[in-house]
Design a protein around this ligand. Structure first.
Ligand SMILES: [Zn+2]
Length: 229
């Protein structure tokens, strides 16, 4: 842009054609280098997001139903925020009412997954992204949220199918992010600082749940699945 007269004079001496050829070669070299760098490092470059596929799920057993954009925030976890926690919720309503609520932009809350009493798993937000479920920004950013169909005061709502399906899901999440299977890292909504929610409530059997998560994790490792799968 003319701010460097000395350089322009130098360029003129090299000659216009040499400049064009040399410039093109340099540009090509830079492009090759950039592509190579990106192939190795793209997931570490701030602001570069992982490719997303419409309808893709993070858990093979899940069915995808998209939550409203208003109920979560786009992120690039675990690179921008580390994931070291699973937070257990109870819907205080039916499976379908929870799905509807998370599709409603006015709801302003949602979890990544909902597990039904029949053991079905629906994913509504990618684990890359931050779901609004804990009522605490820090906990939202570092956790995956799982809703369970039922009411906190109805122990019969927590079926074997639901415990087992949820435990398999949590085992996979823990394996993927290296989250320890313990009560420091698998917590209830009630344990989030500052919350006024009580879920999953006194009938949620934590000992049983953690045993199931550990068993799901061990059986999969024994089956020879790669640890990062
Ligand atoms: Zn909750």
């Amino acid at each position: 842009m003319g701010e460097n007269r000395a350089s322009e004079d130098g360029d003129r001496r090299i000659g216009r054609r040499a400049l064009i050829v040399g410039g093109a070669a340099a540009a090509a070299g830079t492009a090759v280098l950039a592509r190579d760098e990106l192939a190795r490092l793209w997931w570490r470059v701030p602001g570069v997001e992982k490719p997303r596929e419409q309808g893709a799920v993070d858990y093979a057993g899940a069915r995808w139903v998209a939550a409203s954009d208003a109920n979560w925030r786009r992120a690039d976890r675990p690179d921008d925020f580390g994931v070291d926690m699973v937070i257990v919720h109870v819907t205080q309503g039916s499976f379908d009412s929870a799905v509807k609520a998370f599709q409603d932009p006015g709801h302003r809350a949602s979890t990544h997954y909902i597990v039904g009493q029949d053991g079905r798993v629906t994913q509504m937000i990618r684990e890359l992204d931050v779901a609004y479920h804990a009522g605490n920004r820090d906990y939202n950013e570092r956790s995956v949220g799982i809703e369970h169909e039922g009411f906190v005061d109805r122990p019969e709502d927590f079926t074997d199918e639901m415990y087992e399906a949820s435990a398999r899901l949590t085992a996979r999440i823990c394996a993927r992010y290296g989250i320890p299977v313990d009560r420091e890292h698998i917590i209830g909504h009630v344990e989030v600082p500052g919350t006024d929610h009580t879920d999953p409530g006194p009938h949620w059997d934590w000992d049983r749940y953690l045993k199931l998560v550990r068993r799901a994790r061990t059986s999969r490792t024994k089956a020879g699945a790669p640890p990062g799968a």
